[in-house]
Design a protein around this ligand. Structure first.
Ligand code: ZN
Length: 147
């Protein structure tokens, strides 16, 4: 957690910007708000709700400004692996061990390729979404999100 917040601590100031909703010019960094509220909720999960910033309570802040999550490439791989395994089993039953083993190896290689492809894709998506999340600002008067 600490390593992450340190990595993230580069400045994303909004200069000369106006809130599209209320025309205010004071903004708070969304990620900073999230970390502060998440920290307070962790320290004292039963604290009564209290408006902290931009008209939101800690609980509203952590829901609204939640950071993006990395998706797992395991599910696309499993979705491909299951029918291939069934297919490999039929090949094995019909053509015997030699060709059957070949079918299983081929199924494994296809699954591995799918896994690596989605791993790369999800990693790129996660990086983009995280970058946008880091640049998110909140109008300190009305709570409007500004990218
Ligand atoms: Zn505003």
């Amino acid at each position: 957690m600490n390593a992450v917040s340190k990595l993230d601590s580069e400045d994303h100031e909004l200069r000369d910007a106006r809130c599209p909703k209320c025309n205010a010019s004071a903004f708070l960094n969304g990620a900073d708000l999230y970390y502060e509220s998440a920290g307070r909720l962790e320290d004292d999960p039963n604290a009564p709700d209290e408006v902290r910033a931009a008209g939101m309570t800690d609980r509203q802040i952590v829901v609204r400004l939640r950071p993006p999550r990395r998706k797992s490439a395991l599910w696309p791989a499993v979705l491909v692996a299951l029918p291939l395994a069934v297919g490999g089993f039929f090949v094995y039953r019909r053509y015997g061990q030699g060709i059957g083993e070949f079918a299983f190896v081929a199924a494994f290689l296809v699954t591995l390729t799918v896994f690596m492809t989605w791993l790369r894709r999800y990693s790129d998506q996660y990086y983009d979404r995280r970058k946008r999340w880091r640049a998110l600002h909140v109008c300190s008067r009305c709570g409007q999100l500004v990218a």
